[in-house]
Ligand binder design. Structure first.
Ligand code: RTP
Ligand code: MG
Length: 141
């Protein structure tokens, strides 16, 4: 397994529930290191740019509106197999299908308010990390 980086977002619903620390604990328990972190209030243009890959999907407007409804906590995670490890911690996109003990199983309310985002592949991870942290905004160690 290779050391990878992935982009994680704690979405407005989970920030509002005051569970950032609980979610960070899960990352660290899974041997993922937080090598960059920012709390951000996204603008509509920011969210549309971040989710441009979904622009033609029927849920795009709901997704963008939700992601700008309050601040989000954005982090770059690094570790062995980080992309899949984070997706396993997150659980299924639809919380009705997410297992108990996953972040979405424990905290998500709906397919929109589903607590977290995680990159789904190395290429998207690299793009998403650069979107939030630029070329030199990380503290790897
Ligand atoms: P994410 O990108 O947020 O980590 O979630 P994901 O990979 O599990 O899901 P993705 O297919 O990339 O969709 C991005 C977000 O859009 C919302 N969505 N709504 N109404 C729907 O059918 C629907 N499908 C997706 C979800 O909030 C999902 O996280
Ligand atoms: Mg996705």
């Amino acid at each position: 397994m290779a050391v990878e980086r992935t982009l994680s977002i704690i979405k407005p619903d989970a920030v509002a529930k005051n569970v950032i620390g609980d979610i960070y604990r899960r990352f660290e328990n899974a041997n993922l290191r937080i090598i960059g972190a920012r709390m951000v209030q996204l603008s509509r243009a920011d969210a549309e740019g971040f989710y441009a890959v979904h622009a033609e999907r029927p849920f795009f407007n709901d997704l963008v509106s939700f992601m700008i409804s309050g601040p989000v906590m954005v982090q770059c995670l690094e570790g062995e197999n980080a992309i899949a490890t984070n997706r396993d911690l997150m659980g299924a996109t639809n919380p009705k299908e997410a297992e108990a003990g996953t972040i979405r199983g424990d905290f998500a309310e709906s397919i929109d308010a589903n607590a977290v985002h995680g990159s789904d592949a190395p290429e998207t991870a690299a793009q998403e990390i650069e979107f939030f942290f630029g070329k030199d905004g990380l503290c790897p160690r």
